[in-house]
Design a protein. Structure first.
Length: 85
């Protein structure tokens, strides 16, 4: 067993150690029936993964479609749709 890979039964019995290793060292891999099942990683690592690489404004400015002249103005004679409440 590599020091970052755990069989499910070992991970269950030593969960605190798995969590400590994930928080202070690197992600921990858990296998079930010899196959990769889950990864335990620190919250900081998780935030890095889910954080967008750029913000929405930068994304839109750098988009290949940013050069398109798109008219998004609304006609003064258009009225909003009627809706039933």
């Amino acid at each position: 067993m590599k020091n970052d890979t755990w069989q499910l039964q070992d991970a269950k019995s030593k969960f605190s150690q798995v969590v400590d290793n994930a928080m202070h060292d690197k992600p921990q891999f858990v296998t079930k029936h010899g196959r990769n099942a889950v990864v335990v990683l620190s919250f900081e690592d998780y935030k890095k993964i889910i954080k967008p690489k750029t913000n929405l404004v930068s994304f839109l400015i750098n988009s290949p479609l940013s050069e398109i002249d798109l008219d998004i103005s609304r006609s003064k004679t258009d009225f909003p749709r009627d809706i039933e409440l």
